[in-house]
Ligand binder design. Structure first.
Ligand code: ADP
Ligand code: ZN
Ligand code: ZN
Length: 722
């Protein structure tokens, strides 16, 4: 019997695919179970038949899971691109893209639906026995409402399944394709302003072809309305739209707006879903039952039958870049996907990534501006407060405090932003200068008072708060600096009449808790919301008129090349919360460095002024977008191992004109969770040259014996060098 060779991707870190034999060719994208070592793994067919490797006895595929391919050619092509670009094993890429339930071999069956057969629909009422109430009622429901999905039938009443089966047996009802949900009619949106209309017209004209757009407008300038209009336009052509948002952007408020405007065919993909829910949405998207998928980072891999438009909201947001395993950037993949599929992609932001902004200046992306907020809303006034002149108590100066008090009197709301959770970042002994270090990291432990613990924000290590200095026994340890918990306490002391709530990863442990806080804020049960950047995004509170930024300085002198950009974006975003509605807003920023060059574009809320300076800086220092980077990281329990591995890797890479190799350096946080970490930066002015060079280099690194003593990874286009 002639057998064919089938090439299969498996979820193993080896940088290759594996060949098996099977009696017949299998379609690419079909899942199979195959023996691998002593295990049996689910894998995905990449190609068949392929030429059999000579002289090797192949093992046989144990089971074919899918009848029809789970991934189509568009997706498989995209995943192969991702594997090549990030120099990652194809199997790991394929299985990063798939929901876990599908990785384990779960079979997606379309939910069944039921309708009346021609015989069942013909008569007024079939001659049911008098006591067959339920059979009659179900028949009536199907007659009145048309086809019903299985879930809709079971939702009508308990125990209807046997009744349904009886109707099928009698030939009155039959199984049919899943019916489109008959949703409510879409709510009408506002009439677009001319600038919004112009942006929409530009993208509409590009539907059906590839073109990248940068939709640039401050928070509240109406970007989301543009998205909604474009989604409607894509759907009118029978196409599907994919919208990527940062994790925190999936707020109930935004989702409610999407649901009201796109009542049917909307699917949501985010990390809070159960694995089966995620797999179900996947299946529906792949079958074309959903026309709009809104999701976080990994939704960029969602299967779509007829992709027509991609939107990346908050395209500058760091959460779009995966920081472990396959370190992909969802925005960059979105652009490649749009290009391969021949559809437009819209990147939206008030503070674009400098890479995207430069493409827009160069004309590679088309720049669409929304110049301002509508007539009923204005931009907030921004003030920089010199903390050298303010007598601060617990991080809070008298000016900000007075502004908060004024809001309380006017019954308006305020946000106080501090990007550091916990009570205090340092526990210090005034006697011997001991300051609680993490034993596993080169970092200090943060004081958390709620559970009376010291906690490491890098490795999660936690231990009881000591009452005395463990080194000299001194009895009065100082809690130095401010975290959100202490700020909340200080505010409560200074403004006892205020209703204060805190929003950070310690108070918000679930989506439900998050939604509850937002609801209370909207219901005016909260006067002052204190928190980390969690409070910055996507919430519209009509009575919010003041935003205080308590300690922005920790970001001013960050060691990372993106530190400025991130701080600017963060503060712009928080500032965007003020004055959303008719009332004028105010932003007060406390700093010990009032003359830092970052402040003047912030006071003017002028991203372009910031970008001009920042781009010049990047040019002079040789960082993106003027150079392309890849970072080889390594870590091990012994400090010399990562250094030795990276030096060997560096030696292997010497002698090329295409790239510049940096020095082997310990990471900024040189020890984390007990592992010693080091890195090697590779830069090049030309992306294709860097890519070609990396391909050979990584092949050779993968062979290095020193590589087996460390954990190493390659980060192409690293988000940070931290
Ligand atoms: P962004 O996404 O840029 O933050 P949104 O699209 O959320 O801005 O718009 C901010 C607010 O202004 C929303 O409440 C939105 O409904 C409203 N809005 C946007 N465009 C218009 C318009 N053309 N007419 C009236 N209201 C609008
Ligand atoms: Zn001491
Ligand atoms: Zn630690």
């Amino acid at each position: 019997m002639a057998e064919v060779t089938v090439r299969v991707a498996l979820p193993v870190p080896l940088r290759r695919a594996f060949d098996y034999r099977h009696p017949t060719p299998l379609a690419p994208g079909v899942r199979v179970r195959v023996p691998f070592g002593r295990r049996v793994l689910a894998g995905i067919v990449l190609a068949s038949p392929v030429a059999a490797p000579p002289g090797i006895a192949l093992r046989a595929i144990a089971e074919v899971i899918d009848e029809a391919p789970l991934l189509n050619a568009e997706q498989l092509g995209l995943l192969q691109f991702v594997a090549d670009y990030y120099h990652h094993a194809i199997g790991e890429v394929v299985f990063t893209a798939l929901p876990s339930a599908l990785k384990r071999g779960l079979v997606l069956t379309p939910p069944k639906a039921y309708r009346l057969t021609p015989a069942g629909a013909r008569s007024d009422a079939p001659p049911f026995p008098a006591r067959a109430h339920r059979r009659r009622a179900l028949w009536q429901a199907l007659k009145d409402r048309g086809p019903l999905a299985e879930g809709d039938v079971t939702a009508l009443a308990r125990g209807l399944k046997p009744v349904l089966a009886a109707l099928v047996r009698e030939g009155l009802v039959e199984v049919c394709e899943h019916p489109r949900p008959a949703g409510a009619p879409p709510a009408a949106g506002p009439v677009l302003r001319p600038d919004q209309e112009a942006a929409c017209a530009a993208v509409r004209a590009a539907l059906g072809t590839f073109q990248a757009f940068l939709l640039f407008g401050v928070t509240g300038s109406g970007k989301t309305e543009v998205y909604l209009e474009l989604i409607a336009a894509a759907r009118a052509r029978g196409d599907q739209a994919l919208i990527l948002v940062p994790e925190i952007g999936l707020t109930p408020q935004l989702m409610a707006r999407f649901r009201a405007r796109l009542p049917d065919g909307l699917g949501v993909l985010h990390s809070g879903l159960s694995e089966t829910e995620r797999a179900r949405v996947w299946g529906q998207a792949a079958r074309g039952e959903l026309t709009v998928i809104v999701g976080t980072r990994s939704a960029v891999f969602a299967p779509l039958k007829r992709l027509g438009l991609i939107i990346v909201d908050e395209e500058h947001d760091g959460s779009l870049k995966q920081q472990d395993g396959l370190r992909y950037h969802a925005r960059d993949i979105a652009i490649v996907r749009a290009q391969r599929a021949g559809v437009p992609v819209v990147l939206g932001s008030a503070t674009p990534a400098l890479e995207s902004y430069r493409h827009a200046l160069d004309g590679r992306y088309r720049l669409l501006r929304l110049p301002g907020r509508g007539p009923d809303r204005s931009l907030p006034r921004v003030t920089i407060l010199d903390m050298g002149r303010e007598a601060a108590d617990g991080g809070l100066g008298p000016t900000l405090l007075a502004a908060l008090r004024a809001r309380l009197l006017r019954r308006e709301q305020a946000l106080v932003f501090l990007n550091r959770r916990g009570y205090a970042p340092v526990l210090l002994c005034p006697e011997c200068r001991w300051h609680a270090p993490c034993e596993r990291c080169d970092a200090r432990l943060t004081v958390h008072l709620a559970r009376k613990t010291l906690r490491c924000h890098h490795c999660g290590h936690e231990r009881p708060l000591p009452a005395t200095c463990p080194r000299c026994g001194h009895g009065r340890l100082l809690r130095v600096g401010e975290g959100t918990q202490r700020l909340e306490e200080t505010l409560a002391r200074a403004l006892p009449e205020a209703r204060i709530a805190r929003i950070d990863r310690d108070t918000v442990t679930s989506r439900l808790a998050f939604e509850d806080l937002l609801t209370r804020m909207r219901a005016r049960d909260i006067d002052i919301l204190v928190g980390t950047q969690m409070l910055a995004k996507g919430h519209d509170f009509a009575d919010l008129t003041l935003v205080g930024v308590v300690n922005a300085d920790q970001g001013l002198f960050g060691s990372d090349f993106r530190a400025d950009e991130q701080l600017f974006a963060q503060i712009m975003q928080v500032a965007g919360r003020a004055g959303r509605a008719a009332k004028a807003g105010e932003v007060i920023i406390q700093t010990h460095h009032p003359h830092h060059p970052l402040w003047s574009p912030l006071v003017a809320l002028d991203y372009e002024a910031f970008a001009e300076v920042a781009l010049k800086d990047r040019y002079e220092t040789g960082f993106p977008p003027y150079a392309h980077c890849a970072l080889l990281r390594a870590e091990a329990l012994k400090p010399e191992l990562p250094l030795r591995f990276l030096e060997t890797a560096r030696a292997l890479g010497q002698g090329s004109e295409a790239v510049t190799l940096g020095s082997v350096l310990p990471a900024t946080l040189a020890r984390r969770a007990g592992y010693y970490r080091a890195q090697l930066l590779v830069t090049s002015a030309h992306r294709p040259l860097l890519q070609a060079w990396l391909t050979t280099w990584v092949e050779r690194i993968a062979q290095l014996p020193a590589g087996r003593q460390v954990r190493w990874s390659l980060d192409v286009d690293p988000h940070s060098l931290f």
